[in-house]
Design a protein around this ligand. Structure first.
Ligand SMILES: *Cc1c(COP(=O)(O)O)cnc(C)c1O
Length: 360
């Protein structure tokens, strides 16, 4: 048995050992970056749009972490598009009223093409249960990005399963270390692996994961077909970097989560902050800045350690006023600044944020 197949291993050890080549004398310790568009006939994979050994290593690791079968995609949006393609044309989706803005744009495109979207406030569990009646697909992310509202995943996913509604959870923010939606009844998990899984703001990648049961396998086959025929596949080098980043996920999250908890505590009551939105765990929080949108932009421009950029989940702390993007949900206040806390020293992060919040 390969060490990574041992079911008793702790997640930190799985992160380090999964997806390595079989331990034979002289074997490479890391999976090779396989740069070949085609493979000799009669093997398991004959063409690199269908599969690649470097993808398989990354997929083995993420599959182990989520408890299912993983497929790597060219970006988070690639994974999300594949998951939404599971829907019948003109079907009905239930989703939170605030989602990652790229997903929000896709949902609007789905409506323009004749589909229906029922939007529910994240904290309205009963609203989800009502909306599921007659729906085809449930879309969830928790905490929601960037409001950081927490959804009762177990209840809503359980109801979807009982009602035969296919459920998809965007697990980018919690990561599989914080939440494993398949164990709560989800059919499909999607990730922007660009964020915490890869963790260094140097690649775009996505993942879909399906349960290892009959229903999950059939959904997994449809996702695989979408990836193969859609043709938007990741390069082997990007996927290698994703796996390289994944090795340190537990350590990165440990530091970033501790930093975020401390910053949330100190920001509460800061004279420059109206409201702190922190789900109580994880490395993301948002703050509503005193003085409106202009003041929020000034704070973002005044930091030196924090990087003023979109995206999240990197080793570097990043911040951004989300409503600067026209596609951001109108439910997001225009003075909301989203903070993705990195692994720097917390005192440097605090000093920089504090001076930026006090800057005239
Ligand atoms: C960034 C992000 C995405 C999109 O992923 P890309 O890799 O940028 O395509 C989807 N969902 C969430 C929650 C994200 O943060």
């Amino acid at each position: 048995m390969r060490v990574s197949e041992n079911p008793d291993l702790h997640v930190d050890t799985v992160l380090v050992s999964a997806g390595r080549p079989a331990p034979e004398p002289g074997a490479a310790v890391n999976p090779p970056v396989v740069l070949s568009s085609t493979f000799l006939a009669d093997g398991a994979v004959n063409y690199a749009r269908v599969g690649n050994p470097t993808w398989q290593a990354f997929e083995e690791a993420v599959g182990r972490l989520e408890g299912g079968r993983a497929l790597v995609h060219a970006s988070g949006m690639g994974a999300i598009s594949a998951a939404l393609a599971l829907l019948p044309a003109g079907g009905t989706i239930v989703a939170p009223d605030t989602t990652y803005n790229g997903t929000g744009d896709l949902l609007r495109a789905f409506e323009e093409a004749g589909g229906a979207v029922r939007r529910v406030a994240a904290i309205d569990t009963d609203g989800f249960l009502t909306a599921l009646d007659g729906a085809d697909l449930l879309w969830l992310e928790s905490p929601t990005n960037p409001l950081m509202d927490v959804i009762d995943l177990a209840t809503v996913l359980g109801a979807a399963r009982a009602g035969g509604v296919v459920s998809v959870v965007d697990n980018t923010l919690p990561t599989p270390l914080g939440c494993q939606p398949l164990t709560l009844g989800a059919d499909v998990v999607v990730h922007s692996a660009t964020k915490y899984l890869a963790g260094h703001s140097d690649v775009l990648l996505g993942v879909t994961v399906t349960a290892d049961d009959e229903r999950g396998r059939s959904l997994g086959e449809r996702l695989h077909r979408h990836r193969t025929l859609g043709g938007a596949i990741p390069g082997p080098m990007e996927v290698y970097l994703g796996l390289r980043g994944l090795r340190t996920l537990a350590l990165r999250l440990e530091r970033a989560t501790a930093n975020a908890a401390e910053l949330a505590r100190r920001l509460d009551g800061h004279p420059g902050v109206e409201r702190v939105r922190y789900p109580g765990t994880g490395a993301m929080l948002s703050v509503d800045v005193v003085g409106g949108a202009e003041s929020a932009e000034r704070v973002c421009a005044a930091t030196r350690v924090w990087v003023h950029s979109t995206s999240l989940g990197g080793v570097e702390s990043q911040l951004e006023r989300r409503r600067r993007h026209p596609s951001e949900a109108p439910t997001v206040p225009d003075n909301l600044v989203r903070l993705s806390v990195g692994i720097e020293h917390v005192e440097d992060l605090w000093a920089d944020l504090d001076q930026a919040l006090r800057a005239p």
